[in-house]
Design a protein around this ligand. Structure first.
Ligand code: CTP
Length: 434
Protein backbone atom coordinates (compact mmCIF):
# COMPACT_ATOMS: atom_id res chain seq x y z
CA UNK A 1 0.00 0.00 0.00
CA UNK A 2 1.20 3.45 -0.88
CA UNK A 3 0.14 6.29 1.35
CA UNK A 4 -0.89 9.63 -0.06
CA UNK A 5 -1.15 12.59 2.25
CA UNK A 6 -3.94 14.88 1.20
CA UNK A 7 -3.01 18.46 0.49
CA UNK A 8 -5.53 21.01 -0.64
CA UNK A 9 -5.18 23.16 -3.68
CA UNK A 10 -6.46 26.74 -3.81
CA UNK A 11 -8.31 27.72 -0.69
CA UNK A 12 -7.62 25.11 1.97
CA UNK A 13 -10.67 23.63 3.62
CA UNK A 14 -10.00 22.68 7.22
CA UNK A 15 -12.48 19.79 7.19
CA UNK A 16 -10.77 17.88 4.43
CA UNK A 17 -7.07 18.52 4.90
CA UNK A 18 -5.83 15.29 6.46
CA UNK A 19 -7.19 12.54 4.27
CA UNK A 20 -4.90 9.56 3.88
CA UNK A 21 -5.49 7.55 0.77
CA UNK A 22 -4.46 3.96 0.57
CA UNK A 23 -3.96 2.82 -2.97
CA UNK A 24 -3.36 -0.72 -4.10
CA UNK A 25 0.09 -1.20 -5.59
CA UNK A 26 -1.30 -1.36 -9.15
CA UNK A 27 -2.90 2.09 -8.84
CA UNK A 28 0.28 3.49 -7.34
CA UNK A 29 2.18 2.06 -10.32
CA UNK A 30 -0.23 3.79 -12.66
CA UNK A 31 0.37 7.08 -10.87
CA UNK A 32 4.12 6.62 -11.24
CA UNK A 33 3.97 5.77 -14.94
CA UNK A 34 1.70 8.69 -15.81
CA UNK A 35 3.78 11.11 -13.74
CA UNK A 36 7.02 9.89 -15.34
CA UNK A 37 5.50 10.54 -18.74
CA UNK A 38 4.61 14.07 -17.62
CA UNK A 39 0.84 13.49 -17.45
CA UNK A 40 -1.68 14.07 -14.67
CA UNK A 41 -3.62 11.43 -12.78
CA UNK A 42 -6.75 11.71 -10.66
CA UNK A 43 -9.03 9.59 -8.58
CA UNK A 44 -12.57 10.49 -9.62
CA UNK A 45 -16.22 9.58 -9.14
CA UNK A 46 -18.05 8.14 -6.17
CA UNK A 47 -14.83 6.93 -4.62
CA UNK A 48 -13.69 10.47 -3.90
CA UNK A 49 -17.12 11.51 -2.66
CA UNK A 50 -17.29 8.57 -0.27
CA UNK A 51 -13.78 9.10 1.04
CA UNK A 52 -14.38 12.74 1.72
CA UNK A 53 -17.66 11.94 3.40
CA UNK A 54 -16.04 9.33 5.58
CA UNK A 55 -13.26 11.70 6.55
CA UNK A 56 -15.74 14.29 7.62
CA UNK A 57 -17.59 11.68 9.69
CA UNK A 58 -20.82 12.20 7.73
CA UNK A 59 -21.19 8.70 6.36
CA UNK A 60 -19.23 5.57 7.19
CA UNK A 61 -16.68 4.71 4.53
CA UNK A 62 -17.22 1.72 2.31
CA UNK A 63 -14.52 -0.85 2.90
CA UNK A 64 -11.63 0.23 0.73
CA UNK A 65 -9.74 -3.02 1.01
CA UNK A 66 -9.42 -3.88 -2.63
CA UNK A 67 -8.57 -7.54 -2.43
CA UNK A 68 -10.71 -8.11 0.62
CA UNK A 69 -13.91 -7.97 -1.38
CA UNK A 70 -15.22 -4.88 0.39
CA UNK A 71 -15.59 -2.87 -2.81
CA UNK A 72 -17.97 -4.55 -5.18
CA UNK A 73 -17.39 -4.85 -8.92
CA UNK A 74 -19.30 -1.63 -9.53
CA UNK A 75 -17.17 0.39 -7.18
CA UNK A 76 -13.65 -0.49 -8.18
CA UNK A 77 -11.02 2.16 -8.71
CA UNK A 78 -12.09 4.98 -10.96
CA UNK A 79 -9.12 6.87 -12.36
CA UNK A 80 -8.88 9.69 -14.91
CA UNK A 81 -5.63 10.60 -16.64
CA UNK A 82 -4.65 13.61 -18.70
CA UNK A 83 -2.05 12.45 -21.21
CA UNK A 84 -2.37 15.35 -23.65
CA UNK A 85 1.13 16.68 -23.01
CA UNK A 86 2.82 13.27 -22.97
CA UNK A 87 2.52 12.21 -26.60
CA UNK A 88 1.13 8.91 -25.30
CA UNK A 89 -2.31 7.39 -25.57
CA UNK A 90 -4.62 5.72 -23.08
CA UNK A 91 -4.11 2.38 -24.83
CA UNK A 92 -0.36 2.72 -24.44
CA UNK A 93 -0.84 3.39 -20.75
CA UNK A 94 -3.08 0.39 -20.25
CA UNK A 95 -0.67 -1.79 -22.21
CA UNK A 96 2.22 -0.63 -20.03
CA UNK A 97 0.35 -1.31 -16.78
CA UNK A 98 -0.70 -4.73 -18.00
CA UNK A 99 2.87 -5.48 -19.11
CA UNK A 100 4.12 -4.75 -15.59
CA UNK A 101 1.28 -6.43 -13.70
CA UNK A 102 0.04 -9.23 -15.92
CA UNK A 103 -3.42 -7.70 -16.08
CA UNK A 104 -5.79 -7.57 -19.06
CA UNK A 105 -7.40 -4.49 -20.53
CA UNK A 106 -10.29 -3.49 -22.74
CA UNK A 107 -10.52 -0.08 -24.37
CA UNK A 108 -13.56 1.79 -25.67
CA UNK A 109 -12.32 4.33 -28.18
CA UNK A 110 -15.72 5.99 -28.52
CA UNK A 111 -15.78 6.99 -24.86
CA UNK A 112 -12.00 7.23 -24.24
CA UNK A 113 -12.35 4.78 -21.41
CA UNK A 114 -10.97 1.39 -20.57
CA UNK A 115 -10.82 -1.21 -17.85
CA UNK A 116 -7.82 -3.07 -16.53
CA UNK A 117 -8.66 -6.35 -14.88
CA UNK A 118 -6.14 -7.61 -12.38
CA UNK A 119 -6.23 -10.60 -10.07
CA UNK A 120 -6.99 -8.29 -7.15
CA UNK A 121 -9.69 -6.20 -8.82
CA UNK A 122 -10.48 -3.71 -11.54
CA UNK A 123 -9.29 -0.25 -12.48
CA UNK A 124 -11.60 1.83 -14.65
CA UNK A 125 -9.50 4.39 -16.50
CA UNK A 126 -10.68 7.25 -18.63
CA UNK A 127 -8.95 10.11 -20.34
CA UNK A 128 -10.09 13.44 -18.92
CA UNK A 129 -12.61 14.61 -21.49
CA UNK A 130 -15.24 17.04 -22.61
CA UNK A 131 -18.64 15.80 -23.70
CA UNK A 132 -21.12 17.23 -26.13
CA UNK A 133 -24.64 15.92 -26.47
CA UNK A 134 -25.90 15.74 -30.08
CA UNK A 135 -29.46 15.70 -28.71
CA UNK A 136 -31.41 15.04 -25.50
CA UNK A 137 -30.98 11.58 -23.98
CA UNK A 138 -28.44 10.59 -26.66
CA UNK A 139 -25.07 9.23 -25.62
CA UNK A 140 -22.48 12.00 -25.72
CA UNK A 141 -19.65 12.60 -28.15
CA UNK A 142 -16.39 12.87 -26.26
CA UNK A 143 -13.01 14.45 -26.86
CA UNK A 144 -9.86 14.64 -24.74
CA UNK A 145 -9.79 17.74 -22.52
CA UNK A 146 -8.51 18.81 -19.12
CA UNK A 147 -9.78 17.97 -15.63
CA UNK A 148 -11.82 21.18 -15.53
CA UNK A 149 -13.99 20.07 -18.47
CA UNK A 150 -14.01 16.51 -17.20
CA UNK A 151 -15.46 17.47 -13.84
CA UNK A 152 -17.80 20.00 -15.44
CA UNK A 153 -19.48 17.35 -17.60
CA UNK A 154 -20.46 15.26 -14.60
CA UNK A 155 -23.86 14.87 -12.97
CA UNK A 156 -23.72 16.38 -9.48
CA UNK A 157 -21.31 18.61 -7.62
CA UNK A 158 -20.62 15.89 -5.05
CA UNK A 159 -19.69 13.52 -7.89
CA UNK A 160 -17.47 16.13 -9.54
CA UNK A 161 -14.65 15.92 -7.04
CA UNK A 162 -11.23 14.58 -7.90
CA UNK A 163 -8.04 13.85 -6.03
CA UNK A 164 -4.92 14.50 -8.03
CA UNK A 165 -1.92 12.36 -7.21
CA UNK A 166 1.76 12.58 -8.08
CA UNK A 167 4.70 10.24 -8.04
CA UNK A 168 6.00 11.73 -4.79
CA UNK A 169 3.00 10.34 -2.94
CA UNK A 170 1.31 13.72 -2.56
CA UNK A 171 -2.28 14.41 -3.41
CA UNK A 172 -4.75 17.25 -3.52
CA UNK A 173 -8.45 17.70 -3.83
CA UNK A 174 -9.68 19.25 -7.05
CA UNK A 175 -13.02 20.84 -6.24
CA UNK A 176 -14.10 23.23 -8.96
CA UNK A 177 -17.88 23.11 -8.54
CA UNK A 178 -18.40 23.37 -4.80
CA UNK A 179 -18.71 19.65 -4.19
CA UNK A 180 -17.17 19.76 -0.72
CA UNK A 181 -19.52 22.53 0.33
CA UNK A 182 -22.47 20.48 -0.87
CA UNK A 183 -21.19 17.42 0.97
CA UNK A 184 -21.18 19.50 4.14
CA UNK A 185 -24.61 20.94 3.39
CA UNK A 186 -25.86 17.46 2.40
CA UNK A 187 -27.15 18.59 -0.97
CA UNK A 188 -27.42 16.93 -4.37
CA UNK A 189 -27.01 19.68 -6.92
CA UNK A 190 -26.56 19.47 -10.68
CA UNK A 191 -23.65 21.32 -12.22
CA UNK A 192 -25.42 22.90 -15.17
CA UNK A 193 -29.12 23.50 -15.98
CA UNK A 194 -29.19 21.21 -19.04
CA UNK A 195 -27.97 18.18 -17.09
CA UNK A 196 -31.28 16.25 -16.86
CA UNK A 197 -32.05 16.98 -20.50
CA UNK A 198 -28.67 15.87 -21.80
CA UNK A 199 -28.90 12.74 -19.74
CA UNK A 200 -32.30 11.89 -18.20
CA UNK A 201 -30.79 8.86 -16.42
CA UNK A 202 -29.57 11.52 -14.00
CA UNK A 203 -33.16 11.88 -12.82
CA UNK A 204 -32.92 8.36 -11.42
CA UNK A 205 -29.38 8.97 -10.18
CA UNK A 206 -30.35 12.17 -8.41
CA UNK A 207 -33.07 10.43 -6.42
CA UNK A 208 -30.89 7.39 -5.78
CA UNK A 209 -27.95 9.37 -4.39
CA UNK A 210 -30.22 11.63 -2.34
CA UNK A 211 -31.79 8.62 -0.64
CA UNK A 212 -28.56 6.69 -0.27
CA UNK A 213 -26.64 9.56 1.27
CA UNK A 214 -29.61 11.00 3.17
CA UNK A 215 -29.15 14.30 1.30
CA UNK A 216 -31.72 16.84 0.15
CA UNK A 217 -32.12 17.57 -3.52
CA UNK A 218 -31.18 21.25 -3.81
CA UNK A 219 -34.27 23.31 -4.67
CA UNK A 220 -33.14 24.50 -8.13
CA UNK A 221 -32.13 20.94 -8.99
CA UNK A 222 -35.49 19.59 -7.78
CA UNK A 223 -37.27 22.16 -9.92
CA UNK A 224 -35.28 21.18 -13.03
CA UNK A 225 -35.80 17.49 -12.30
CA UNK A 226 -39.57 17.94 -12.19
CA UNK A 227 -39.51 20.13 -15.27
CA UNK A 228 -37.56 17.49 -17.20
CA UNK A 229 -40.10 14.83 -16.17
CA UNK A 230 -43.05 17.10 -17.03
CA UNK A 231 -41.50 17.87 -20.41
CA UNK A 232 -41.26 14.16 -21.23
CA UNK A 233 -37.49 13.60 -21.23
CA UNK A 234 -37.57 10.21 -19.46
CA UNK A 235 -39.55 8.83 -22.41
CA UNK A 236 -36.54 9.46 -24.66
CA UNK A 237 -34.39 6.94 -22.78
CA UNK A 238 -33.83 3.55 -24.35
CA UNK A 239 -35.20 0.56 -22.39
CA UNK A 240 -31.62 -0.55 -21.84
CA UNK A 241 -30.71 2.64 -20.02
CA UNK A 242 -33.85 2.62 -17.88
CA UNK A 243 -33.29 -1.02 -16.98
CA UNK A 244 -29.70 -0.25 -16.02
CA UNK A 245 -30.92 2.43 -13.63
CA UNK A 246 -33.46 0.02 -12.16
CA UNK A 247 -30.75 -2.56 -11.61
CA UNK A 248 -28.72 0.06 -9.74
CA UNK A 249 -31.73 0.96 -7.63
CA UNK A 250 -32.32 -2.70 -6.76
CA UNK A 251 -28.80 -2.83 -5.31
CA UNK A 252 -29.43 0.04 -2.93
CA UNK A 253 -29.93 -0.64 0.77
CA UNK A 254 -32.88 1.75 0.81
CA UNK A 255 -34.39 0.43 -2.39
CA UNK A 256 -37.97 0.87 -1.17
CA UNK A 257 -37.43 4.56 -0.40
CA UNK A 258 -35.73 5.12 -3.76
CA UNK A 259 -38.56 3.48 -5.70
CA UNK A 260 -41.18 5.37 -3.69
CA UNK A 261 -39.45 8.63 -4.60
CA UNK A 262 -39.06 7.59 -8.26
CA UNK A 263 -42.78 6.83 -8.42
CA UNK A 264 -43.71 9.98 -6.51
CA UNK A 265 -41.82 12.03 -9.10
CA UNK A 266 -43.63 10.10 -11.89
CA UNK A 267 -40.34 9.08 -13.47
CA UNK A 268 -41.42 5.58 -14.50
CA UNK A 269 -44.74 6.97 -15.62
CA UNK A 270 -42.67 9.26 -17.81
CA UNK A 271 -40.60 6.37 -19.19
CA UNK A 272 -43.21 3.66 -19.66
CA UNK A 273 -46.54 5.05 -18.54
CA UNK A 274 -46.17 2.91 -15.43
CA UNK A 275 -47.78 3.87 -12.16
CA UNK A 276 -47.72 1.00 -9.66
CA UNK A 277 -50.65 0.07 -7.45
CA UNK A 278 -50.45 0.08 -3.67
CA UNK A 279 -50.05 -3.72 -3.59
CA UNK A 280 -46.77 -3.32 -5.49
CA UNK A 281 -45.34 -1.37 -2.59
CA UNK A 282 -46.84 -3.77 -0.07
CA UNK A 283 -45.08 -6.67 -1.80
CA UNK A 284 -41.89 -4.69 -2.21
CA UNK A 285 -41.87 -3.99 1.49
CA UNK A 286 -42.31 -7.65 2.32
CA UNK A 287 -39.47 -8.56 -0.04
CA UNK A 288 -37.03 -5.94 1.21
CA UNK A 289 -37.83 -6.76 4.82
CA UNK A 290 -36.91 -10.35 4.01
CA UNK A 291 -33.54 -9.05 2.78
CA UNK A 292 -34.26 -9.53 -0.94
CA UNK A 293 -32.07 -7.20 -2.99
CA UNK A 294 -30.16 -6.99 -6.26
CA UNK A 295 -30.96 -9.49 -8.99
CA UNK A 296 -33.93 -11.11 -7.22
CA UNK A 297 -35.59 -7.79 -6.57
CA UNK A 298 -34.91 -6.72 -10.14
CA UNK A 299 -36.69 -9.85 -11.39
CA UNK A 300 -39.68 -9.03 -9.20
CA UNK A 301 -39.70 -5.50 -10.57
CA UNK A 302 -39.57 -6.82 -14.13
CA UNK A 303 -42.60 -8.98 -13.44
CA UNK A 304 -44.57 -5.86 -12.57
CA UNK A 305 -43.34 -3.58 -15.31
CA UNK A 306 -44.92 -3.29 -18.74
CA UNK A 307 -41.84 -4.63 -20.48
CA UNK A 308 -41.87 -5.83 -24.06
CA UNK A 309 -40.45 -9.28 -24.95
CA UNK A 310 -37.55 -7.69 -26.80
CA UNK A 311 -36.34 -5.67 -23.81
CA UNK A 312 -32.69 -6.30 -23.03
CA UNK A 313 -32.84 -8.66 -20.08
CA UNK A 314 -31.15 -12.04 -19.84
CA UNK A 315 -32.99 -15.21 -20.80
CA UNK A 316 -32.98 -16.31 -17.13
CA UNK A 317 -34.47 -13.00 -16.03
CA UNK A 318 -37.09 -13.25 -18.75
CA UNK A 319 -38.05 -16.79 -17.69
CA UNK A 320 -38.15 -15.93 -14.00
CA UNK A 321 -40.24 -12.80 -14.42
CA UNK A 322 -42.67 -14.71 -16.68
CA UNK A 323 -42.99 -17.43 -14.04
CA UNK A 324 -43.94 -14.76 -11.49
CA UNK A 325 -46.57 -13.34 -13.82
CA UNK A 326 -48.01 -16.81 -14.51
CA UNK A 327 -47.98 -17.97 -10.90
CA UNK A 328 -51.60 -17.06 -10.01
CA UNK A 329 -52.75 -19.77 -12.47
CA UNK A 330 -50.35 -22.33 -11.07
CA UNK A 331 -51.24 -21.44 -7.48
CA UNK A 332 -54.75 -22.90 -7.85
CA UNK A 333 -53.36 -26.22 -9.05
CA UNK A 334 -50.74 -26.23 -6.32
CA UNK A 335 -53.43 -25.65 -3.69
CA UNK A 336 -55.58 -28.53 -4.99
CA UNK A 337 -52.64 -30.94 -5.33
CA UNK A 338 -52.41 -33.74 -2.78
CA UNK A 339 -49.20 -35.61 -3.56
CA UNK A 340 -45.68 -34.42 -2.99
CA UNK A 341 -44.80 -35.63 -6.48
CA UNK A 342 -47.48 -33.30 -7.87
CA UNK A 343 -46.00 -30.35 -5.96
CA UNK A 344 -42.70 -31.34 -7.51
CA UNK A 345 -44.06 -31.57 -11.05
CA UNK A 346 -45.78 -28.21 -10.76
CA UNK A 347 -42.83 -26.38 -9.26
CA UNK A 348 -39.87 -28.04 -10.96
CA UNK A 349 -40.17 -25.96 -14.17
CA UNK A 350 -40.02 -22.67 -12.25
CA UNK A 351 -36.65 -20.90 -12.18
CA UNK A 352 -35.05 -20.78 -8.74
CA UNK A 353 -35.17 -16.95 -8.44
CA UNK A 354 -38.93 -17.02 -9.06
CA UNK A 355 -39.39 -19.72 -6.40
CA UNK A 356 -37.38 -17.73 -3.86
CA UNK A 357 -39.42 -14.61 -4.48
CA UNK A 358 -42.72 -16.50 -4.32
CA UNK A 359 -41.76 -18.15 -1.04
CA UNK A 360 -41.48 -14.71 0.50
CA UNK A 361 -44.63 -13.29 -1.09
CA UNK A 362 -47.07 -16.15 -0.47
CA UNK A 363 -48.74 -17.36 2.70
CA UNK A 364 -50.33 -20.47 4.23
CA UNK A 365 -50.60 -23.66 2.24
CA UNK A 366 -48.96 -22.31 -0.91
CA UNK A 367 -46.00 -20.95 1.04
CA UNK A 368 -45.61 -24.27 2.87
CA UNK A 369 -45.53 -26.17 -0.40
CA UNK A 370 -43.04 -23.80 -1.97
CA UNK A 371 -40.83 -24.08 1.10
CA UNK A 372 -41.15 -27.85 1.12
CA UNK A 373 -40.08 -27.93 -2.52
CA UNK A 374 -37.07 -25.68 -1.96
CA UNK A 375 -36.02 -27.31 1.30
CA UNK A 376 -36.50 -30.94 0.41
CA UNK A 377 -38.30 -32.04 -2.74
CA UNK A 378 -36.09 -30.40 -5.35
CA UNK A 379 -33.05 -32.39 -4.18
CA UNK A 380 -34.67 -35.79 -3.82
CA UNK A 381 -33.30 -38.46 -6.12
CA UNK A 382 -33.92 -42.23 -6.35
CA UNK A 383 -31.10 -44.38 -5.09
CA UNK A 384 -30.97 -46.31 -8.34
CA UNK A 385 -29.18 -44.49 -11.11
CA UNK A 386 -29.75 -44.91 -14.82
CA UNK A 387 -26.52 -46.94 -14.86
CA UNK A 388 -28.00 -49.33 -12.26
CA UNK A 389 -31.09 -49.76 -14.44
CA UNK A 390 -29.02 -50.42 -17.55
CA UNK A 391 -26.99 -52.99 -15.63
CA UNK A 392 -30.25 -54.64 -14.54
CA UNK A 393 -31.04 -55.18 -18.22
CA UNK A 394 -33.15 -52.16 -19.25
CA UNK A 395 -32.06 -50.75 -22.59
CA UNK A 396 -31.21 -47.04 -22.83
CA UNK A 397 -34.20 -45.31 -24.38
CA UNK A 398 -37.63 -43.87 -23.58
CA UNK A 399 -38.63 -46.72 -21.27
CA UNK A 400 -35.57 -46.08 -19.12
CA UNK A 401 -36.58 -42.44 -18.84
CA UNK A 402 -40.15 -43.35 -17.85
CA UNK A 403 -38.98 -45.81 -15.20
CA UNK A 404 -36.57 -43.27 -13.71
CA UNK A 405 -39.38 -40.73 -13.56
CA UNK A 406 -41.72 -43.19 -11.82
CA UNK A 407 -38.96 -44.05 -9.37
CA UNK A 408 -38.49 -40.38 -8.55
CA UNK A 409 -42.21 -39.83 -8.00
CA UNK A 410 -42.42 -42.92 -5.83
CA UNK A 411 -39.49 -41.65 -3.81
CA UNK A 412 -41.09 -38.20 -3.45
CA UNK A 413 -44.36 -39.79 -2.30
CA UNK A 414 -42.42 -42.06 0.05
CA UNK A 415 -43.81 -45.19 -1.62
CA UNK A 416 -40.24 -46.48 -1.84
CA UNK A 417 -37.70 -45.94 0.88
CA UNK A 418 -34.55 -47.80 -0.05
CA UNK A 419 -32.72 -49.56 -2.85
CA UNK A 420 -34.58 -52.85 -2.37
CA UNK A 421 -38.03 -51.34 -2.57
CA UNK A 422 -36.88 -49.33 -5.60
CA UNK A 423 -35.73 -52.56 -7.28
CA UNK A 424 -39.10 -54.17 -6.52
CA UNK A 425 -40.87 -51.18 -8.09
CA UNK A 426 -38.65 -51.40 -11.18
CA UNK A 427 -39.60 -55.07 -11.59
CA UNK A 428 -43.31 -54.23 -11.32
CA UNK A 429 -42.96 -51.38 -13.82
CA UNK A 430 -41.16 -53.62 -16.29
CA UNK A 431 -43.86 -56.24 -15.98
CA UNK A 432 -46.45 -53.55 -16.75
CA UNK A 433 -44.18 -52.45 -19.60
CA UNK A 434 -44.42 -48.75 -18.76
N1 CTP B 1 -21.47 10.15 -14.10
C1 CTP B 1 -22.18 11.23 -14.62
N2 CTP B 1 -23.39 11.05 -15.22
C2 CTP B 1 -23.91 9.79 -15.33
C3 CTP B 1 -23.20 8.69 -14.82
C4 CTP B 1 -21.97 8.90 -14.20
O1 CTP B 1 -21.71 12.37 -14.51
N3 CTP B 1 -25.08 9.60 -15.92
C5 CTP B 1 -20.15 10.40 -13.46
C6 CTP B 1 -20.23 10.86 -12.01
O2 CTP B 1 -19.17 11.74 -11.77
C7 CTP B 1 -20.02 9.58 -11.24
C8 CTP B 1 -19.01 8.84 -12.12
O3 CTP B 1 -19.39 9.21 -13.46
O4 CTP B 1 -19.50 9.83 -9.95
C9 CTP B 1 -19.02 7.35 -11.98
O5 CTP B 1 -20.31 6.81 -12.25
P1 CTP B 1 -20.95 5.70 -11.32
O6 CTP B 1 -19.97 4.60 -11.11
O7 CTP B 1 -22.28 5.34 -11.85
O8 CTP B 1 -21.16 6.57 -10.02
P2 CTP B 1 -20.54 6.53 -8.59
O9 CTP B 1 -20.71 7.90 -8.06
O10 CTP B 1 -19.15 5.98 -8.59
O11 CTP B 1 -21.57 5.58 -7.91
P3 CTP B 1 -21.43 4.40 -6.84
O12 CTP B 1 -21.15 5.06 -5.55
O13 CTP B 1 -22.80 3.80 -6.92
O14 CTP B 1 -20.35 3.48 -7.31
Amino acid sequence: MNRFALLTRGRPNQDFTCLDLELPAECALLVRVVSDWGGRVFLVGGLVRDWLLARSGLVPNRDSNWAGGGRDAKSDWDIAVDLRKTGKTLVQLMREICRQTGGRYVFYQRFLTGTITLPAGRIDISHTRAESYPGPAVLPKVQAAGIEEDLGRRDFTVNALAIEMNAQGQSRVVDLYGGQKDLQARLIRIIHPGSFIDDPTRIFRCIRFAVRLGFEIESGTAYLLRTAVKDGYPALLTPERVLYELRCICNETEVLKVLEAVVKESVLKGCWQWQPSQDFFTELKVLTQAGIRGELLFIYLLSRLPIAPNYPVTREEQRAQQALRDFPLLAGRLRRARRRSTFYRLLKPLPLPALKILTVLTEGLIKNRLELFLRELKDIKPELSSQDLIESGIKPGPQLGRILEQLLYARLDRRVKNRDSELRLVRRLRRKDV
